[in-house]
Design a protein around this ligand. Sequence first.
Ligand code: HOZ
Length: 430
Amino acid sequence: MGRSEELFEEARRFIPGGVNSPVRAFKAVGGIPRFIARAQGARVWDVDGREYIDYVASWGPMILGHAYPRVVQAVRERTERGTSYGAPTALEVELARTIVEALPSVEMVRMVNSGTEAVMSAIRLARAFTGRDKVLKFEGCYHGHADGLLVKAGSGATTLGVPLSSGVPASYAELTLLAPFNDLEAVQRVMAEHRGEVACVIVEPVAGNMGVVLPEDGFLQGLREICDQEDVLLIFDEVITGFRVGWSGAQGLYGVMPDLTCLGKIIGGGLPVGAFGGRREIMELLAPSGPVYQAGTLSGNPLACAAGLETLRILREEAPYEELEERTSYLCSEIHKVAEEVGVEVTVNQIGSMFTGFFAEGPIRDYASAMGSDLELHRRFFWAMLRRGVYLPPSQFEAAFLSTAHGPEEMERTLSAVKEGLREISGGLR
Ligand code: HOZ
């Protein structure tokens, strides 16, 4: 028995399911999750000393790769000055200013500790601003685990087959309205049925939690127009896409401005963080300026802010987005080519440095089409890759990420694993 097996056995005695976030448990792919001992650049090593090229990237934050020296140094320096004060710091101001400068729709920002918290608070704010209660979300989008948003939720909830979580009061779930992603007619229909009741539409502008699903031409623009007509706030959940698909997030890329934006992941440089921001008149409703209460002992924590700020500085200085996109496109087109050669149906959805290979004919444009994927093929491919030292997300319904540390050597090794892995699952190498 390896060390990961031993640890998992022990973990299950003390931690529900042996993990602190369900998608890590490998339930969708079977087998034992790898316990990670360390990480550097594009690589992670498990507790048994096996090395993997990492495409999980801590589910998105590690855009510079692991243990990037300047980020490590920033955290180290900050640690020596104390790890939490429960009082404001200059660091928070600089991080807030950087976010405001980067994201065209954001005039003010509040730091929290996770994406879940960011979304929960943004929705409270939208409800207060509009005086309405209902929220429209899209099937397969995941906005964290707050009550009321776990309705047809993607990510771990879909992976484990609990898109409507037990424990969510029906009266909460009733406030959540649903439409299929990329379906403006459905949005219009729902809006007409609930006219005057909807506070906000919340969307991942590029869905990353049913696997990567891109907005079709006009979809985000159409949402903006419908929200304007109905006096409803538009919230972009850019927890994944923020500083990932470009310096100005998906809003900059698609040129559509939401009223509120939720962030997380990259802005914490790998430490626990979240933030939400938007138009000044809305944000100023927050306590202590206004009546919407929201708070947190560790909000704006100096270590998280130091790691996040240093990450953003590097991204601004080095502007790696074009190169990241080129490398990812190359990888995706090669995966597609090999899949065709060996006769395995794979649809690769990609934007910037995030992608998903769906084992399905495609196009994958919404939750229903994503759910049509062949999960058994995905499971076999995942293990074929892991055995060859490539660590992909252990779920069909997640995004894989490249970092600036994924260079030619990593590409070559990954592609050779893809070739062998796809051939293996197609029956060629068994
Ligand atoms: N939103 C992330 C997955 N898409 C979170 C990872 C997790 O649930 O652990």
